[in-house]
Design a protein around this ligand. Structure first.
Ligand code: HH2
Length: 286
């Protein structure tokens, strides 16, 4: 069995489980909104990855381009140059690590999978690159399909929906069908409403409160609320790194509503809160 096959098998086991799975964020970028510049050095990135695994991350999401509101794209070459050495370094220290690559470019996905990544996190839900579906199908790997209205540069200018929950659900159902038609295995599809991607505060809250409508698609759901701006309007916490309590509250509520994967920066806090939530929710009355 080749390296890619072994790695994607491990990811398949995670997608089959009931969760909760904490996904540790590793941004190898100079400009990510909360940790930009912290992990550009592969050594520092690998150390942080190991720390997140020790804190209980079931998976790591490595990205080489910020998609925060207002961000500019980078070239595929630059993205590969950032993520591949980091993936290699993490896996040489921790060969069992399950790593997703946060990219919408098929060339970056291919390079990352060859370096040992197990799945692809595509914030465009395979709309960004016409070759992405065949890369995923050929690798036989899982994929995260995320909803985004517009594109990062302008998506927060004036996001607009008639019914955000229905539109996001219908979009994810359509993209899942597209992926399956392209040969991706149905059990390899994870969907994500894309909190903060072309959504205002009310849209984000509506999606989180009515996450059940997306869970009802019957696919595992990933939720990414970590340190996001929408919390500032509720809590007043301006510094992104200080938005841990808000993140934990949203993660736990999303778990209660059926989400399985939680993409977060603060692994320990989220993992502990989710473990308590899991224990409470799975206690039956005697
Ligand atoms: N959020 C971000 C990036 N990638 N992928 C998925 N599937 N879901 C998300 O909610 C999501 C994502 C943005 O957060 P972050 O990586 O912390 O920041 P930046 O884009 O500035 O690197």
């Amino acid at each position: 069995m080749g390296r890619t096959a072994r790695n994607t098998d491990r990811a398949g086991t995670l997608t089959a489980g009931p969760g909760p799975v904490v996904v540790g964020i590793l941004n190898v970028t100079p400009d990510s909104f909360s940790d930009g510049g912290n992990f550009l050095d592969p050594e520092a990135a690998a150390e942080h990855a190991a720390a997140m695994l020790d804190e209980g991350a079931g998976m790591l999401d490595v990205g080489g381009e910020s998609t925060r509101p207002g961000s500019d794209p980078v070239s595929q070459e630059e993205e590969i140059r950032r993520v591949v050495p980091v993936i290699e370094r993490i896996l040489s220290a921790r060969p069992e690590a399950v790593i997703s690559v946060d990219t919408y470019r098929s060339g970056t996905a291919t390079a990352a999978l060859e370096a040992g990544a197990s799945l692809v996190n595509d914030v465009t839900a395979i709309r960004g690159d016409p070759r992405m579906a065949s890369v995923i199908q050929e690798a036989g790997c899982p994929v995260i399909l995320m909803h985004m209205q517009g594109e990062p540069k302008t998506m927060q200018k004036d996001p607009h929906y008639k019914d955000v929950v229905r539109e996001v659900r219908d979009f994810l159902a359509e993209r899942a069908e597209y992926a399956v038609a392209a040969g991706v295995r149905p059990e390899h599809i994870i969907v994500d409403p894309g909190i903060g991607f072309g959504k205002n505060l009310e849209h984000n809250l509506d999606l989180l409160n009515n996450l059940g409508a997306i869970v009802d698609l019957g696919l595992p759901v990933l939720i990414g609320v970590s340190r996001k701006r929408f919390m500032e309007r509720i809590t007043g916490v301006q510094e992104a790194k200080a938005r841990v309590s808000g993140t934990v509250a949203a993660s736990v509520l999303a778990y209660e509503r059926g989400a399985t994967f939680f993409r977060v920066h603060d692994v320990r806090a989220n993992r502990e809160a989710l473990a308590v939530a899991e224990a409470v929710l799975h206690t039956s009355r005697r």
